[in-house]
Design a protein around this ligand. Sequence first.
Ligand SMILES: [Zn+2]
Length: 69
Amino acid sequence: MSIDKLEEEVEVLQDEMEALEENCDTLDLCKEEDGCSRCDAFRKMEEINAKIEELEEKIEELISAEEEE
Ligand SMILES: [Zn+2]
């Protein structure tokens, strides 16, 4: 997979994150203390965050592999 493709995916995920964050801010549950630890948006954000980190690792691997050539 190319770096461009991976970066594109990261951008898509970051957009999703922003949408979830906005959603999260509007939930009554999230205004409660620790509310976010029980909200769906927060759980999804954690999943997306993990995916973004994975993709960024791959991007870095690809970049350093390219530099070695
Ligand atoms: Zn929340």
